[in-house]
Design a protein around this ligand. Structure first.
Ligand code: MG
Length: 462
């Protein structure tokens, strides 16, 4: 079936199913098996043909959702194959490398346990574009799917996803150099899906691996599914106690990574992205780098030194990924620890990012904390406040009245100068508003952040 449509009209008319990152909801409430079946039939119409690779995270509801996804694809006449429990970047890379016509990952990433979700991947191994999300929504709302009663598809197993993924990562690093260093790594897996792949990768690279929260568990009983500086104290302590070279924490579906230096200091996603970008751009001058509007301005300084160019997008990994594809950028990143290496795949990838950090250390005579000291001094922070969509709108409308330079690419960014700004943006996945800020000194950052947090609370009347 083909359809021509005016997407801007659909965008205005239709309720959005896709959030910042795939479709997510509370399983059994607004994310039911009926919904899963119908959205998968819509995806089948969008993909048009199989085979489609299916993966899922460690949530309790993930396996049963995967069965409905496979049955729905089969009933529409598409073949599919089950990669099983894998990190999102593994499913995405395997979709591309093993020549699937698309992929569907069942995950709600770092959301609380009661959530689940669906993230479609195009055959190039990258999340489908925002325009294609609208096409899928149109099919869904207009019920333009069909059951193919002439020929059902088949479901098979795909056993090669994990090894294909790990081999793909290893193509981009100096294995010999890393092995020679016998790094000691502490890994907080957060009961998430990288427990399947990241420790194995490190062991194959000759590292000694110490794991925390390594048991996959959909209730995320360890430190929760989202790594934040506040819940990584255990990682920090274990790095120091074991004299490790590096610590890393991964999120529920293994695409985001937060690092800890050898002194136990937890790094923001911005700081680790600066370090990795500096390393990669030095080897690849005159490159393009994509990042979101809310990440550190230090990246422009780093890019300038290698005659490279930074392009900024709205918040959301899909925005970064798709821009990377179009511009052939070598790096993409978000402030939340989502780092993308274009030579591997234009998606966030916790294990690829870890491999790059090991490659960097193997090429350096400094330890991680000494490497960090050589970076630009700018620092970022962020927080979140629970609020409704209407309240979020009110906050942004009020801040629009401020007499400062503003950028409204996404939410509102109030810019005092190049390295001093505050940004406020409603989350695309949860009923919260996020507040980000950057400054060139810790004192200025504290003052700026406190000032705007109290402004926002007073707008909310709290
Ligand atoms: Mg994730």
């Amino acid at each position: 079936m083909t359809f021509k449509t005016n997407l801007s009209i659909i965008d205005k008319q239709m309720a959005k199913l896709f959030g910042t990152n795939g479709i997510r909801g509370i399983f059994g409430e607004n994310f039911t098996l009926d919904f899963v079946s119908e959205i998968t039939l819509s995806l089948a119409n969008y993909f048009k043909k199989g085979p489609i690779l299916i993966g899922y995270d460690g949530r309790d509801s993930s396996i049963l959702i995967s069965k409905v996804v496979c049955s729905s694809l089969n009933s529409a006449g598409l073949d599919c194959a089950i990669a099983g429990l894998v990190p999102t970047p593994c499913l995405q890379f395997a979709t591309k490398k093993l020549d699937y016509n698309g992929g569907i990952m069942i995950t709600a990433s770092h959301n609380p346990p009661k959530y689940n979700g669906i993230k479609p991947t195009a055959k190039d191994g990258v999340e489908i574009s925002r325009t294609d999300e609208l096409k899928v929504e149109e099919i869904y709302f207009k019920k333009k799917w069909k059951i193919n009663q002439m020929k059902f598809g088949k479901t098979q197993k795909e056993e090669k996803s994990i090894q294909t993924y790990l081999n793909g990562i290893k193509e981009h690093i100096d294995i010999k150099k890393i092995k020679a260093r016998k790094f000691r790594i502490v890994m907080d897996l957060g009961n998430g899906a990288q427990a399947i792949t990241a420790p194995r990768l490190c062991r194959e690279l000759g590292c000694e691996v110490i794991t925390i929260n390594e048991k996959i568990d959909g209730s995320f009983p360890g430190r929760g599914a989202e790594p934040t500086p506040e819940n990584l104290q255990d990682l920090s302590k274990k790095v120091v106690k074991n004299h490790a070279d590096l610590g890393i924490a991964l999120d529920g579906d293994g695409d985001r990574s937060i690092f800890c230096d050898n002194n136990g200091k937890i790094l923001t996603g911005d700081r680790s992205a600066l370090l990795l970008s500096k390393f990669i751009l030095k080897k690849n001058p005159n490159s393009k780098l994509i990042t979101t509007i809310n990440s550190t301005s230090g990246i422009e300084d780093i890019a300038e030194k290698t005659n490279s160019k930074v392009i900024r997008t709205k918040v959301g990994s899909v925005e970064v990924s798709r821009k990377m594809v179009i511009t052939k950028a070598i790096i993409g990143f978000e402030e939340n620890g989502g780092f993308m290496y274009g030579k591997h795949n234009q998606v966030r990838d916790g294990a690829m990012t870890l491999a790059l950090a090991l490659d960097l250390l193997s090429h350096s005579n400094k330890n991680m904390s000494e490497e960090m000291e050589l970076l630009p001094s700018s620092i970022t922070t962020k927080s979140k406040i629970e609020c409704s969509k209407q309240e979020a709108r009110k906050i942004i409308q009020t801040l629009m009245k401020e007499n400062q330079k503003k950028d409204t690419t996404d939410g509102i960014k109030i810019i005092f100068d190049k390295s001093n700004w505050v940004m406020v943006r409603p989350s695309g996945t949860e009923p919260i508003i996020r507040i980000y800020a950057e400054s060139d000194s810790p004192e200025k950052l504290n003052d700026l952040f406190a000032k705007y947090m109290s402004k926002i609370k007073s707008i909310l009347g709290r």
